[in-house]
Every structure is written in structure tokens, then in C-alpha cells.
Design a protein around this ligand. Sequence first.
Ligand code: ZN
Length: 428
Amino acid sequence: MLWIPPRSVFQNLGTHLILCFLCGMMSADPTTETVIGLMTKYPLIDGHNDLALKMRILYNNQLSQVDLRSINKVATDINRLKTGHVGAQVFAAYVLCASQKKDAVRLTLEQIDLIRRMCTEHPDLELVTSAKGLNSTKKIACLISIEGGHSIDSSLPTLRMFYQLGVRSMALTHTCNTPWAESSSTIYDVYQRENDSLTDFGKDVVKEMNRLGMIVDLSHSSWSTARAVLQVSKAPVIFSHSSAHSVCNHSRNVPDDLLHKLKEKRGLIMVNMHSKFVACQHQADVSTVADHFTHLRKVIGAESIGVGGDFDGAVEFPLGLEDVSKYPTLIQELVKRNWTEKELSGVLRLNFLRVFEEVEKERDRLKGTLPSEAQIPLAKVENPCRLVLRHPNKQDPQFSRDKSDFVAPMCLVWRIIVTLIPCFLLIQ
Ligand SMILES: [Zn+2]
């Protein structure tokens, strides 16, 4: 018997055809769905973000004044992280180089406190401190990094305490030299040394970071410091937000010979989006950024590449990549350039996870090694804020009488009176 479909079936079919047609019109580019599928499967780990700095500048770190889901005048908030398919964000605890020799440690602690508060008080965020934690959370994972070795004031105990607070990565310098490592920038004329890009104490810092399981970040370091670190570090290192020097010859970018060494050490370069670093000028677009990826893939392979946007730190971003919500546009450009799913899964997520796991493995291998007690000579620190520790005496210029000097004798007098009164009463 011939079955004649009822009229409603034709009506439904018609509706489906119209919907399909409309969908097709809306996503005319077939790569859009591929990208969304890919980024849902491999949510992006972004290696560098300076929202915490903006929170200091715009809101004096008063988190209660801000709705993290939607923040004005910044490039990062939870809504935009979700739109951008960012699964994990490394937040930088950055303090100005001008705080070196002053209160860099206090300021860094305040930035860490802010990031910890952001990532523990908001239900959409989760502070993670291990590769396993990073990979298993269903929320947007937050990692804490320190941007600039000046934050530890040349003190390994301070470095260790930062680790205890959840810091899992540190850039050895920002735009200033430290007493033990050299910056790619010469803006600050401090701690100038010839042929001493990573001093013995600098090597101790790197080794201690290996022992702790803290990722060494070479973005902002000079190339000679980077080369020295690549010799010393037993664990893979990263450039958390740097691009290819062959595409844009800025000193913040990484030259090919250094890229080869980075690959040998199984490290990672996470491409910076700042227009000045990707195009060497103020104007750039998505294609310019993709050129860096293309070059890096040619030189060291996709397995050594990640993404480190530098949003809210740098000031100018390419057209179409203005904030963290725009990452799918970049991935779409790479899909159009025939990057495979395997390559992009690494760039988005798996390469960073692999490096983090290897850093943890080196930490585990060094388990049982005692914390380093290396100290930098005080004269090399040149920090007038550092107290020279010695027992105070009245001839010492450091010694100044304060209330406590008078409290002790007063206590003694009071004790004598309290002891003598009962005796006096007994005699009576
Ligand atoms: Zn930076």
C-alpha cells in the first residue's frame, strides 16, 4: 500500500528547509562551526593577562566596586572570557619597576591577594595551582604569575612564600634589570653589568623555581639572559607573551636561534597580540598575528606554540582582536590557513598543559632536595630600604628610641611594686 505522508510532514519539512537556509546564511563561513567546536573541545589557556593591574589603576583594588562579569574600560571580564572560549587565564601579579628598591614585595602581595580574591570569591572562576586542577575544573581556571623578578627583592624565601600563596610562574624581569637577571628593555638604568646576564644568584633563582615547580617565564628578559636560563633550567620554560622576531624585529620578541633552543628544551612561546610587537607599528590585524603563528610553526613546530594575549597590559591591539572575546577570530584565521585540529588543540591548550606537567615532574624528581639557602650579597642589592640586621645599640645610627624603649623599664617598676605590696602588708 502506498503511504501518503500527512500534510503536517510537508509543513515541518518546509520549516526545516527554511531554518537550514537561514542558518547557512548566518554562518556563511563553514570555518565558524569548526572553530566553535574546536574551542569547546579545547578551551584556550591564555598565558598572560593584566586585569589585576587595571583593577589597581581603575578601582584601587576595591573588588566590591566591580562586577567581574562585565567591567568597563578593560579588555577582560567573565562574559568576554566565556565568549572567547577561554578556559584558563594566567593572571599577572605585576608591580611597576619603580617599586624596585622600595616596596615591590608589599605591592606584589597586594596583587596576589586581589587575584586570589577574584578567583575564589566569584562562582564562575576557580584558582588552580596544578596541571591536574587546571585540566579538571569546569569553571574558568585562574593561575597566578609574577611579572618581574624585582617582586622577590632578591630573596629566595620570598620566592618560596609566593609559591605557597599559589604563584606558579614568574617572569625573571620586567622592563628593569634585577641584581641577578637582565631585561630586554633599557628604560630603567639599574643594575648594569657586563657579560653577566644571569649571575650566580640568578642561576640559584632558576634552580629554586625548578625545585618548587614554578614555571620560568622569559618574556621581558634579554636574549642573553634567556640563553643562560635555557642552559641552567632542568624543566621546560616559557615565553608567556612574546612573538616572533623574524616577523617583527622588536627586542621583546624571540629570534629564531633562541626558538630552536626553546624547542630543544621542550619549552613554549605564547604569542603576544600587542600591535607594537606583532606589526612593529600601531596598526595590525588578525592576519598579522597569524603570520607569527605561521613563522613559528615553520621554525619550531606547532607543539611549541601557545597564546599569551597580554590584554589589559599592552595598549594597542589588532583590528578584530580587541579583547579576550575575540580569540575565535584568530583561530578561524589559522583554520583558514590549514592548521589541523591536532596542531590547534596544542596551541589552544595541550602544549601549555604538557609544559606545566613537565615542570611538576621535575619538581617531583627533586623531591627531598632541601630549599636553597643561597643569599645575594647585600651590596649587590643596593636597596637602602633593607635593614642591616644587627642587635641595636645606642651608638648605632639605626637605633632610635621609641615607645618600646620606655615600656620595658616601666613594666619592671610595676612588677616590683606589685611584688612589694603583699610583702609590706604581711609585715604590717
Ligand atoms: Zn608584559
